[in-house]
Design a binder for this molecule. Structure first.
Ligand code: ADP
Ligand code: ADP
Length: 233
């Protein structure tokens, strides 16, 4: 079964008396282990789609199956449970807590998940090592470069062993060289089987992915396989 299946997915926002149709019938299937770039002009529905994929928001119509579970009918509490169990988020602005060490930032979702201190420590150090920051565990965000901060954020997303990672413009605040390093980390995780879906404006970043989905006016305009993705190595 695919990890994501969308059937005629729709989302509209009420704006006073009018309704904005942000997604107008999206059909999409993503298999486990895919690395997909979502592209499209501003206002085409990328954020709306990511919010629904991330169980942060619900569709107005259609179906969403996540890892075989029908989530489109769930209430907020159920959605939050699925989100915490299945999804790791990476943001453009890193969203790290500035007063906490890299280790504590990565550990935090495990605190919320009620994981024991001992397991948290193992898991957080494992994740930091995986992104190449094993020696920076005690640094605070301000003591790290932008690229290192984003790697901490990726480690935090990994800590809970999610089924997939959703990344919204993960390289949007980074220079080209640092962006390539972040794509190298994401490709490494993908090579270990992690499903990765990222939004990007940059064609160069999309070229590191195996698949490109382009939205336009709330519909999928293009869905193409990249048989020879760039290697960030
Ligand atoms: P993108 O991420 O591609 O820029 P969005 O998903 O943010 O696109 O927006 C798609 C459409 O939905 C746009 O017309 C936008 O104005 C509208 N929209 C997005 N979020 C809201 C909201 N919370 N309330 C009303 N309209 C919204
Ligand atoms: P509220 O939005 O008023 O805080 P909830 O988000 O908990 O309340 O939703 C109330 C109920 O409405 C939920 O039990 C849920 O099943 C149903 N519901 C809300 N949105 C949808 C939707 N998009 N699809 C199906 N059911 C929905």
């Amino acid at each position: 079964a695919p990890i994501i299946r969308l059937e005629r997915l729709k989302k509209s926002y009420k704006m006073g008396r009018t309704e904005v149709q942000a997604l107008r019938g999206v059909d999409l299937s993503i298999k486990k282990g895919e690395m997909v770039a979502i592209m499209g002009p501003s206002g085409s529905g990328k954020s709306t789609l990511m919010n629904i994929l991330g169980c942060l928001d619900r569709p107005s119509g259609g179906k969403y199956y996540l890892d075989g579970i029908s989530v489109s009918q769930m209430n907020k509490g159920e959605l939050a449970d699925v989100r915490n169990q299945k999804i790791g988020f990476v943001f453009q602005s890193f969203n790290l807590l500035s007063w906490m060490s890299a280790f504590s930032n990565v550990e935090l979702p495990l605190v919320y998940a009620g994981v024991s201190t001992e397991r948290r420590k193992k898991r957080a150090l494992w994740a930091l090592k995986l992104v190449g920051l094993g020696s920076r565990a005690n640094h605070r965000p301000m003591e790290l470069s932008g690229g290192q901060q984003q790697r901490v954020a990726i480690a935090r997303a990994l800590a809970t062993s999610p089924a997939m990672i959703l990344a919204d413009e993960p390289t949007g605040n980074l220079d080209t060289k640092t962006s390539t390093q972040i794509m190298m980390v994401l490709q490494k995780l993908n090579a270990r089987g992690m499903t990765i879906i990222l939004v990007t404006h940059e064609p160069d970043i999309a070229n590191y992915c195996h698949r490109k989905v382009v939205l336009r006016d709330g519909k999928i305009r293009e869905d193409s396989v990249n048989a020879f993705p760039l290697s960030a190595q």
